[in-house]
Write a protein of this length. Structure first.
Length: 431
């Protein structure tokens, strides 16, 4: 109920009658203020005219006015600048820590808002607001999806900043870690991130011109050069084919030289993975990308077109991996290039967010603008989330649209946070 009262106050969904304080003074809400999600009063910088006098300050909202004392506001000087207390039930007067009484307004949630809110919360249909979506004005859809797109990039920016911080402030290492995480394509994302943080790129840089040594470090730090990491049925063939043994010997030398220790190979997941997504193949592609000097932040920033970006993210494998998916298990020859779909996902989830995050960090709007341009130029993702929105009538024309709708589902629909959603607002305001 308190959330609905916040909603009613914020959008000024007041009854068509005079608003009066508990002691009969006329109330006119000029500006409900800005909703405060941090500690302190619920709405800040509000403007309210009470009995002809204009007041500027904060507004606190509760289900019952006695909650003022339950929450200790009477002893907290942060609430001394509250100019109006709003509650559904006025069961007591309220006083500030300075001894002054606070004017109070009794406010009801409009019946139609309550009914529609209950519908949104209780319906088993998904998304809950599916009834209004076909009739939404295109301007409403466009503006909300544009805002969601920014939200999505800002959330990814926050994740990138955390990685950069864990990398001691290195944006190069932060980019490599983000790239590696997304090479896990979901299932092995966490393990790839852990692996990337365990790869000493300063050490690898000494061997940048030797792809074999790069592979030795990458596979070794992944724990995949331990014999127990090879399925028992393939161990003999792995030892006999020579490549596994040479990589392992090289890694042992480099590990001693740079004091490296591998992660636990048992972290890697193979169940329900297509062989093309096996960690071995992704590591081989990453090693090749690093060897070609295409895994650096400077190469990413230099990309001004989608074609240039696709080229930077495109990779391949060494001849051994063209005929193997794991050590010791030979297969039909396959070049194992990254697919068009995989490159698109890397652009959406790695390159574009990194451009946006780094642009924000460096105050370079050109990089932020480029990130949005790339999203609009890229084809929309095709997954169950996007298909769901398409089925209820939302247009999905670009990766920018699909990213917005993924944000909408994960941060609003899944959390039943209809009160913060513009589509939810359209549903709630119906008479």
């Amino acid at each position: 109920m308190e959330q609905l009262l916040h909603y009613t106050w914020k959008l000024k969904l007041f009854p068509l009658k005079e608003l009066l304080t508990s002691d009969g003074m006329l109330v006119e809400v000029i500006d409900p203020g800005k909703h405060n999600s941090d500690a302190g009063p619920d709405f800040v910088n509000a403007k309210v005219r009470i009995n002809g006098t204009m007041w500027a300050g904060n507004v606190e909202i509760h289900d019952k006015s006695s909650d003022w004392y339950v929450h200790g506001h009477d002893k907290n000087s942060d609430y001394d600048n509250v100019i109006l207390h709003v509650a559904k039930v006025l069961d007591t007067e309220v006083m500030k820590s300075n001894g002054q009484y606070v004017p109070q307004l009794q406010l009801d949630v409009p019946p139609h808002v309550q009914v529609h809110y209950d519908e949104l919360r209780q319906t088993e249909e998904y998304p809950a607001c599916y009834k209004v979506i076909p009739d939404l004005p295109s301007l409403t859809i466009h503006s909300w999806m544009a805002a969601l797109q920014v939200e999505r990039l800002e959330r990814k920016t926050a994740d990138i900043l955390k990685r950069v911080e864990r990398c001691n402030g290195s944006w190069e290492d932060g980019y490599f870690t983000t790239l590696a995480r997304n090479y896990g394509f979901g299932i092995n994302g966490d393990v790839f991130e852990q692996w990337a943080q365990n790869v000493p790129l300063s050490a690898v840089a000494h061997h940048r011109d030797d792809l074999f040594q790069i592979e030795a470090i990458f596979f070794g730090q992944a724990g995949l050069l331990e014999l127990d990491a090879v399925p028992e049925c393939y161990q003999k063939d792995a030892l006999n084919d020579g490549y596994f043994a040479r990589l392992r010997n090289e890694y042992q030398y480099l590990a001693h030289k740079f004091s490296m220790k591998p992660i636990d190979f048992r972290l890697w997941r193979f169940l329900r993975l297509r062989p093309q997504n096996f960690p071995h193949i992704r590591l081989a592609q990453l090693a090749n990308l690093y060897y070609q000097q295409k895994a650096g932040l400077s190469q990413l920033i230099e990309c001004e077109t989608l074609d240039e970006l696709k080229h930077v993210l495109s990779s391949q494998v060494t001849p051994y991996w063209e005929t193997h998916y794991t050590f010791g298990s030979e297969s039909a020859k396959n070049a194992k290039h990254l697919s068009v779909g995989s490159i698109n996902l890397l652009m959406i989830n790695t390159a574009i967010p990194m451009l946006f995050a780094y642009g924000r960090h460096q105050s370079k709007e050109v990089l932020c603008d480029r990130a949005f341009e790339f999203l609009e130029q890229l084809k929309a993702e095709n997954n169950h989330i996007i298909r769901m929105w398409q089925q209820v009538g939302l247009p999905v024309k670009s990766a920018g649209d699909s990213q917005a709708l993924i944000q909408l589902k994960k941060e609003y629909c899944d959390k039943k946070d209809c009160l913060r959603c513009r589509f939810g607002y359209e549903y709630l305001k119906r008479k």
